[in-house]
Design a protein around this ligand. Structure first.
Ligand SMILES: Cc1ncc(COP(=O)(O)O)c(C=O)c1O
Length: 383
């Protein structure tokens, strides 16, 4: 049976060139980057080169990047780190109701620790309004955290406008760009953002390596205490192989950026067209913003067919898709993102996330649409 992977928002396959770049640092080049001998210096050189490359890719200075163990850790570091560093100014944080759990659950913990968090609503497309952000700002607001692009619907947020507002008010602004990094060109020298989270495994890099951009003027208290790695901002021996792999993934992405964007748009539009051609208009609904959207994510509901049933049928046909964020798939819980968008229950209970990657083809998209047509007609007849 063929296997078609349409779950790149959960994770992407590691590019063979990334594996090749990492292998030496998992074998003969095993030095600890903090050691002063030749083996240590070799690791340090690789680490510095990787940091320079990733910093250039996002338009910041290498000293403004801290390597972490994941996108989740980057989000946690931004939230807990800024909350503690700015505690003397106030204890109010603003975020949105559609953030990844790495932000939402960190905020819930901050509430237990005595912080106050405002969770902003979104419209039916999953977008937060600038006016709501403005209205939520208080004299004791110390941090605003809004994601770049949503991992379930792909909807983009007005981060630039929110960032300008945060700058005017002197409030620290964090952006979770874990899903956006591969698909939206970032220029942090221009964007009014103080903290930004990244993760390598969403762009054909390895798992277990992330980064947090911390602008020169932003204060952050560390989460981890120990050695003085990462300029004392994140203790722990650096994951040299992971960092080298992250940089290689970024290099490949930089070279292929234009082609990838074109391809993602083509695959996404192709899938929509195929669904329109094969299914009745009332058999599916597309969730998320019609235009302000990450090009690799397409969230579709098939009203009357539960998410679990559809995912199981797709899996049996060799298609890997998801119900939303990887952390909630497998559970029967309705997505907090679709709930926040106030979509009808028939839509939230039947949503499927398809997410495309560099390795997908138009042929695969047509095949998946054909499989969906068969599943929908079979299950609709049963009902
Ligand atoms: C928007 C967003 N933020 C954070 C994360 C967490 O990243 P990681 O899997 O590297 O911990 C994810 C992962 O799916 C994500 O999509």
């Amino acid at each position: 049976m063929k296997f078609i992977y349409l779950d790149h928002a959960a994770t992407t396959p590691v590019h063979p060139e990334v594996v090749e770049a990492m292998i030496p640092y998992l074998s003969e080049m095993y030095g600890n980057a903090s050691s002063t001998h030749a083996a240590g210096r070799q690791a340090r050189t690789a680490l510095n080169a990787a940091r320079d490359r990733i910093a250039a890719f996002v338009g910041c200075s290498p000293s403004e990047l801290v390597f972490t163990g994941s996108g989740t850790e980057s989000d946690n570091m931004a939230l807990f780190g800024a909350a503690e560093a700015y505690r003397s100014r106030g204890k109010h944080i603003i975020t949105t109701s559609i953030e990844h759990h790495a932000v939402l659950h960190a905020c819930e913990r901050l509430e237990q620790l005595g912080y106050e968090v405002t969770y902003l609503p979104v419209d039916r497309f999953g977008q937060v309004s600038l006016a709501d952000v403005e209205e939520a700002i208080r004299p004791d607001t110390i941090l605003i955290s809004v994601m770049y692009g949503n991992n379930e619907t792909g909807t983009l947020q007005p981060v630039e406008a929110i960032g300008r507002l945060a700058r005017e008010q002197g409030i620290c602004f964090h952006v979770d760009a874990v899903q956006a990094l591969a698909h939206i060109p970032m220029d942090l020298s221009r964007l009014p953002v103080d903290l930004m989270s990244f993760s390598a495994h969403k762009l054909n890099g390895p798992k277990g390596i992330g980064a947090l951009y911390i602008s020169k003027t932003t204060k952050i208290s560390p989460l981890l205490y120990g050695g003085s790695q990462e300029r004392k901002r994140r203790a722990g021996t650096e994951n040299t192989a992971g960092i080298v792999g992250f940089a290689k993934a970024v290099e490949i992405m930089r070279k292929n950026r234009y082609e990838l964007k074109q391809k993602m748009e083509k695959l996404r539009q192709g899938m929509v067209k195929e669904l329109e051609r094969r299914l009745d208009a009332d058999a599916f609904v597309i969730n998320g913003h019609p235009t302000e959207v990450l090009p690799h994510i397409l969230n579709v509901s098939f009203p009357g067919i539960s998410t679990e049933t559809m995912l199981m049928n797709l899996d049996l046909a060799g298609v890997a898709a998801a119900s939303g964020s990887a952390c909630t798939s497998g559970s029967l819980e309705v997505s907090h993102v679709l709930k926040a968008m106030k979509l009808p229950e028939a839509v939230t209970a039947s949503a499927i996330r398809f997410s495309f990657g560099a390795d997908n083809t138009e042929q695969q998209i047509a095949e998946v649409a054909g499989i969906l047509e068969t599943i929908v007609s079979r299950l609709r007849t049963i009902r």
